[in-house]
Design a protein around this ligand. Structure first.
Ligand code: ZN
Length: 400
């Protein structure tokens, strides 16, 4: 029959590996302390482009190179440790380092005053200038993923104590975050004004970076949330640094096939797949206390994620979508298949978990990191008779 993989409970793997001298000499004591239990990460085929972007009337916030380097290296370890814990190996996003150990941060000055690059609309012209710069400096572009930081505005609305004004969201393979004077890892987890502010903006930074590395929102199962806290791609941007915050197996499954996570031996040309994967057969049944999803797919599908969500389904209403994942495998007839079993008691954080209209989102990940989403409405009670979804041709949408 079908190979199936059920990933709902994964015990924390012991992180035995340590890296010597992970923190550069000039890092502050708190950063050194936080990086002391660093794990050794695989060398990446591609690195994240890190860009500090300022308007033509602005200067970067003081000491940004050390501060942002400390914050990024800690985050690289966080993602790497979560990948190990979820069984995906010691992979994280790649970062190019400078001679003194800082992260290589490209400082770009915009053509316009800083208020031109504002929240909500400023990302477009900013990305255009960045793309123009990469076109003129092709050797500097390390991957298709960029992380862009702008300093907070300083005006009647925003300042270092109440940062804002600039774009702050993931946008395709790019993501935006902000910088301010106290954006410093020494405040991590501190019960102070600066500590709370850091969780807000560093948690946001960690979460937006996730979007910029292909991750959609999701929630964990009931038992995972109990064991590991709040998923970073759920509402973990509000808990990061303050209380346990984790990456779900479904998030890690996507990262494992993201351009800036793969090891240097991986020669894949990412995101080139123009062809939709094929779904030849799909069944979705309720059997007692579980929902069972089985799929037969084309050979280019490497992993399948499932997301169960209750209404509403509008943009940014998907934080509570409970996620599951499995690798595809080959059955005895040589067909590429995937199976996911969803225990209903793992959905009880959803308001409508006892019945009524819900939505199953199936995310197909192809071997070049492309993702395609199929959304299927269903009713938990009507699914009880063991009905099939009979697919015909599924409507697949590229992206999240
Ligand atoms: Zn988000």
């Amino acid at each position: 029959m079908h190979k199936s993989t059920l990933i709902t409970m994964i015990s924390a793997a012991a992180l035995a590996m340590t890296a010597e001298g992970a923190a550069p000499e000039h890092f502050q004591p708190k950063a050194k302390e936080l990086l002391a239990d660093s794990i050794e990460l695989e060398k990446n085929a591609h690195n994240l482009n890190v860009i500090y972007f300022v308007g033509n009337d602005m200067e970067p916030t003081a000491d940004y190179e050390r501060r942002i380097s400390e914050l990024l290296l800690y985050l690289q370890q966080y993602y790497g440790k979560e990948m190990v814990r979820n069984g995906f190996g010691n992979h994280s996003f790649g970062l190019e380092r400078t001679e003194n150990g800082n992260v290589n941060i490209i400082l770009l000055r915009g053509k316009h005053p800083h208020k031109f690059y504002k929240y909500g609309s400023g990302h477009g012209p900013c990305l255009k200038e960045i793309n123009d710069w990469f076109a003129a400096n092709p050797g500097k572009k390390q991957s298709q993923h960029s992380f862009i930081i702008m300093p907070t505005w300083q005006d009647e609305g925003y300042n270092d104590k109440n940062p804002g004004g600039v774009p702050f969201y993931g946008y395709g393979k790019d993501c935006f975050a902000l910088d301010y004077t106290d954006f410093d890892i020494k405040h991590l987890g501190q019960p102070t004004k600066e500590g709370k502010l850091l969780t807000k903006w560093y948690g946001g930074f960690a979460h937006e970076l996730g979007h910029g590395m292909n991750l959609p929102h999701n929630n964990g199962t009931v038992s995972m949330n109990k064991a590991f806290g709040t998923p970073l791609m759920g509402s973990g941007n509000y808990t990061f640094g303050m209380s346990p915050t984790y990456l779900t197996p479904a998030s890690c499954a996507i990262l494992a096939n993201t351009e800036i996570f793969v090891p240097e031996t991986n020669k894949t040309r990412f995101y080139t797949n123009e062809k939709e994967p094929q779904v030849y057969n799909a069944t979705f049944k309720r059997r007692g206390g579980t929902l069972e999803l089985f799929l037969e797919v084309s050979a280019d599908v490497v992993r399948v994620n499932a997301y169960v969500q209750d209404p509403p389904y509008a943009v940014n209403q998907d934080y509570d979508a409970v996620s599951f994942t499995c690798n595809t495998g080959t059955d005895k007839n040589g067909k590429r298949v995937a199976g996911i079993i969803i225990p209903l008691n793992e959905l009880s954080n959803l308001r409508h978990h006892k019945g009524g209209e819900m939505e199953l989102g199936i995310l197909f990940q192809t071997n070049d990191g492309s993702r395609f989403r199929w959304k299927i409405p269903f009713d938990l009670n009507k699914q009880a008779a063991g009905s099939l979804i009979n697919t015909g041709k599924p409507q697949l949408h590229r992206g999240y």
